[in-house]
Ligand binder design. Structure first.
Ligand SMILES: Nc1nc2c(c(=O)[nH]1)N[C@H]1C(S)=C(S)[C@@H](COP(=O)(O)O)O[C@H]1N2
Ligand SMILES: [Mo]
Length: 321
């Protein structure tokens, strides 16, 4: 069998792109230990584990829903990323900081039962069991590009539904201005959450207008099957015109509020990871350029586009009057 060297093509940074050591500085206060470097090297030479997801671990509802049909309204200007890369190279700080190891570390996250609470400034607060959620909303597939603030990108088929469907059903009160997203908090299953200096649980936020935009998507699946844990099972946000950190994974709560909520990254370092986080090639990160991005899987470098190429869907949100 051919050996795959998954880590290689994108771990060698080009000059334009933030180097691995710069990424590592995102580990506020922490230094890469020799141990984790060793583990990364090991996993890079190992045969990649099978990505198959045995059908007997699907719920009955999932078996009926997947694969969902593609909504053709959102073509991407890129080749889709090969699945093994999108599910094998992840940011998910609850499970550590070595992207290639997240798929192993996330294995113990229990995703059934799982509930998603919708509350705050709404007329009809509700708690959805995850399978009920899948049965309640119109599930479809959409291809979106995802641009990480670290200057790499993927293009993947998500399965899920528009967040605005859920917000509309909850009935936002007129006082609501923002939406807050809260990821799970289970340190016994997610060792990264013992890092007491980080503001767990992971939280994110959008303005209500951004949350209601047709692009804003709650993803429950990827590549025609339920999300693997490393990609944010059982439900995660996907906001394709913003840097990837806005797309909170494994969420348990969506709350409508009347203030701009503090977020995980803006609390750690608001100058480097601002709240709005719109992809913008002309606005460099304080420590690296955002003009280009490396495509995961091929290692190709492409020019970053304003709003990650989604200008026609979102430019109205940011027009100055
Ligand atoms: N809960 C949680 N959500 C998260 C993160 C995280 O560390 N924790 N990382 C974010 C970042 S920085 C990125 S780039 C995307 C990566 O999503 P992917 O692994 O599916 O490509 O998830 C985002 N959502
Ligand atoms: Mo990211």
């Amino acid at each position: 069998m051919k050996r795959r060297h998954l880590a290689r093509d994108w771990e060698i940074p080009s000059n334009e792109i933030a180097s691995e050591s710069v990424f590592l500085n995102r580990r506020d206060f922490m230094k890469a230990s020799a141990w984790s470097v060793g583990v990364a090297a090991l996993s890079a030479c190992k045969e990649q584990p099978s990505i198959s997801f045995p059908s007997d671990t699907y719920s009955e509802t999932e078996k009926k829903i997947y694969p969902a049909s593609l909504n053709p309204a959102y073509p991407v200007d890129a080749e889709l990323t090969e699945e093994k890369f999108a599910v094998g190279y992840n940011n998910f700080f609850e499970f550590g900081e070595t992207k290639e190891s997240i798929k192993h570390k996330a294995r113990n996250l229990s995703i059934r039962p799982w509930t998603l609470e919708v509350g705050g400034l709404v007329d009809k607060p509700q708690i959805f069991d995850i399978d009920k959620l899948l049965r309640t909303f119109p599930i479809e597939e959409r291809t979106y590009r995802l641009r990480c603030v670290e200057a790499w990108s993927i293009a993947v088929p998500w399965t899920g539904f528009a967040l605005n469907e859920l917000i509309r059903r909850a009935g936002p009160k007129s006082s609501a201005t923002h939406v807050r997203f809260v990821s799970f908090y289970k340190p016994s299953q997610a060792a990264g959450q013992w890092a007491f200096w980080r503001p767990w649980p992971y939280t994110e936020g959008l303005t209500l207008a951004e949350a209601m935009n047709e692009l804003t998507f709650l993803a429950t699946g990827i590549y025609g099957r339920p999300l693997p844990r490393q990609n944010g099972a059982p439900v995660r946000l996907t906001v394709p015109w913003k840097y990837g950190y806005k797309s909170a994974k494994s969420i348990v709560k969506i709350e409508l509020v009347d203030y701009r909520p503090p977020t995980f990254w803006s609390t750690l370092n608001g100058l480097e990871y601002d709240f709005s986080a719109n992809v913008n090639p002309e606005r460099p990160h304080p420590r690296w350029s955002q003009a280009k991005e490396k495509i995961i899987g091929t290692g190709e470098v492409r020019a970053t586009r304003l709003y990650n190429g989604y200008e026609k869907f979102v430019a109205d949100l940011y027009k100055k009057s």
